[in-house]
Design a protein around this ligand. Structure first.
Ligand code: NDP
Length: 449
C-alpha cells in the first residue's frame, strides 16, 4: 500500500489535497483488499485513483471596466461506473487541479452511498465571484459554459453548485447551456424552483447532515435537543444546518466566513438566521456585520499567526464544520475534545485534517466524514434529476421524507460495513469501505474501460 501511495505522490507531486483524500480511503480499505485479492490483480487502486477524464480550459471574459480577464476552468470526470458523472462546480481563487481531484475522488464514494445511480465528478474555476457585479458573474458563467457544454449532458455529466456557485450562478450557466444546445434538459441541478429545480435541494446538504447527526446520537439514546452546537461557514450548507438544528431544539452559537467568526452565546434563533440569509444571499455582505445588528455577539477576525481556529475553542456538544477543507487541524480537534465535544458531523468536504480525525477516532467520538454526512445534497440532486426526467415535481414533504430515508440508509450502511470489517462505530471506515466495494464491483463488471 505504501508503495502505491509513493508512486501516486511521485506521479503528481503537487497534489497534496488529492493525496490526503486518497490516503485516507486506502488506509481504511486495506482489510477489503486483503479479503479480495482479485481486486489487486485487477489494479483497482490504480484505476480508481486515475480520473477517467480531466478537462482544463481557458475562460476569457470582460469585466465592467472593459478589461479582459482570464481564468482557468476545470471538469474532472472521475468515475462513471455506477452512473453519469455528478458533482458540483466550485468558483474560488484557491481552486486548482489538486483540490478538484480530491473533491471528485470523494464524490465517487459519496454518490455510491446515496443508493442512487450517480458516478463522481467535480469542476470549477479559480474565478472569485466575491466583489463582482451580477453582469460580471454572468459574463464569466457564459464564458465558462461556452466550453464546458461540449462535455456535459443529462445522461453524461450533471454539475451542480458548491462554494461560490449558488442559485445565481446555476441560472446563468443553465441559460447559456440551453442556448448553445438548443434544448431544455436537466443538465444542472440546484436550479430554481420555477424552472426545473427540486423542493428541498437548497436545504438538502445542511438538513441531511443534521439528520445524520441525529441518527448517530440515537445510537447513544440521545438527541439534538438542548445541545450547544458550533457551525462554521455561513453559506448554503451552514445556513440550513443551523435551520434544522434550531427546529430540533439545539442551540447554535457560531458562524463564520473567510474573514472571521461570530460567537453568539444566546444562540442564533430563527430571526437572526433570517438576517444571516439576507446578509449572505442577497446583500452578499460579511459575517462581521452580524454584530452591528446583534451587539451581544462577538466577532473575531481571522488571525493567520495562530496555529488554531478559535471558533473550535468554545464549550459545545456538537460541531458541524461547513466551510471548507482542512478547517479543523490537530490542535483544533484537541480544543474541541477539551471543551467536551461529543459529535462532529462534516457538512464541508474533508474539513478535518488526518491529525484531527485520529484524535476523534482515538477518543471514540461520534465522527461522521463528509462523504457520508453531507451526501444529502447530491442525493436530492439525484432526486431533482429523477423529477426532471419524469417532468414532475414532488411535494416538499415527499422530497424531505426521501432525504431522511437516504440519510438513515447511509448511516446504517456505514455502521454495517464498519462492523463487517472489525471496526464497529467507525463511520469513516464504514463509508469508505461501503463506497469502495460498490464502485469497484461495478468497475470489474464492466471490464477494462
Ligand atoms: P458557499 O459558497 O455557500 O459557502 C461557503 C462558506 O464557507 C462561506 O461562508 C465562505 O466564506 C466559507 N469559506 C469558503 N472558503 C473558505 C476558506 N478558505 N476559509 C474560510 N472560510 C471559507 O458554499 P457551500 O455552503 O455550498 O459549501 C460549503 C462546504 O460544503 C464546501 O466544503 C462544499 O464542498 C461542501 N458541500 C456543499 C454541498 C452543497 O450542496 N452546496 C454539498 C456537499 C458538500 P466567504 O464567503 O468569506 O468565502
Amino acid at each position: 500500500m505504501s508503495d502505491f501511495l509513493k508512486s501516486l505522490t511521485a506521479r503528481d507531486p503537487g497534489e497534496k489535497e488529492f493525496h490526503q483524500a486518497v490516503k485516507e480511503v486506502l488506509e481504511t480499505v486495506q482489510p477489503v483488499l486483503d479479503r479480495n485479492p482479485e481486486y489487486r490483480q485487477a489494479a483497482v487502486l490504480e484505476r480508481i485513483t486515475e480520473p477517467e477524464r480531466v478537462i482544463m480550459f481557458r475562460v476569457p471574459w470582460m469585466d465592467d471596466q472593459g478589461q479582459v480577464q482570464v481564468n482557468r476552468g476545470f471538469r474532472i470526470q472521475m468515475n462513471s461506473s455506477i452512473g453519469p458523472y455528478k458533482g458540483g462546480l466550485r468558483f474560488h481563487p484557491s481552486v486548482n487541479l489538486s483540490i478538484l481531484k480530491f473533491l471528485a475522488f470523494e464524490q465517487v464514494f459519496k454518490n455510491a452511498l446515496t443508493t442512487l445511480a450517480m458516478g463522481g465528478g467535480k469542476g470549477g474555476s479559480d474565478f472569485d465571484p466575491k466583489g463582482k457585479s451580477d453582469n460580471e458573474v454572468m459574463r464569466f458563467c457564459q464564458g465558462f459554459m461556452s466550453e464546458l457544454f461540449r462535455h456535459i449532458g443529462p445522461d453524461t455529466d450533471v454539475p451542480a453548485g458548491d462554494i461560490g456557485v449558488g442559485a445565481r450562478e446555476i441560472g446563468y450557466l443553465f441559460g447559456i447551456y440551453k442556448k448553445l444546445r438548443y434544448e431544455f434538459t436537466g443538465v444542472l441541478t440546484g436550479k430554481s424552483l420555477g424552472w426545473g429545480g427540486s423542493l428541498i435541494r437548497p436545504e438538502a446538504t445542511g438538513y441531511g447532515n443534521v439528520y445524520f447527526a441525529s441518527e448517530m446520537l440515537a445510537t447513544k439514546n440521545d438527541r439534538l435537543e438542548d445541545k450547544t452546537c458550533l457551525v462554521s461557514g455561513s453559506g448554503n450548507v451552514a445556513q440550513f444546518t443551523v435551520e434544522k438544528i434550531i427546529e430540533l431544539g439545539g442551540k447554535v452559537v457560531t458562524l463564520s466566513d473567510s474573514s472571521g467568526y461570530i460567537f453568539d452565546e444566546a444562540g442564533i434563533d430563527r430571526e437572526k438566521l433570517a438576517f444571516v440569509k439576507r446578509l449572505k444571499n442577497i446583500r452578499r455582505g460579511r459575517i462581521s456585520e452580524y454584530i452591528d445588528k446583534y451587539s451581544e455577539a462577538v466577532f473575531t477576525e481571522v488571525d493567520t499567526t495562530l496555529d488554531f481556529n478559535p471558533l473550535w475553542n468554545h464549550k459545545a456538544h456538537c460541531a458541524f464544520p461547513s466551510a471548507t477543507q482542512n478547517e479543523i487541524n490537530g490542535k483544533d480537534a484537541q480544543n474541541l475534545v477539551n471543551n467536551g465535544i461529543k459529535l462532529i458531523s462534516e457538512g464541508a468536504n474533508m474539513p478535518s485534517t488526518p491529525e484531527a480525525i485520529n484524535i476523534f477516532l482515538d477518543k471514540k467520538l461520534l465522527y461522521a466524514p463528509g462523504k457520508a454526512a453531507n451526501a444529502g445534497g447530491v442525493a436530492v440532486s439525484g432526486l431533482e434529476m429523477a423529477q426532471n426526467s419524469m417532468r414532475l415535481n414532488w411535494p416538499r414533504e415527499e422530497v424531505d421524507a426521501r432525504l431522511k430515508m437516504i440519510m438513515r440508509s447511509i448511516h446504517q450502511t456505514c455502521l454495517d460495513a464498519a462492523a463487517e470489517y472489525g471496526m464497529p462505530g467507525n463511520y469513516m471506515a464504514g463509508a469508505n469501505i461501503a463506497g469502495f466495494v460498490k464502485v469497484v464491483n461495478a468497475m470489474l463488471d464492466q471490464g477494462l474501460v
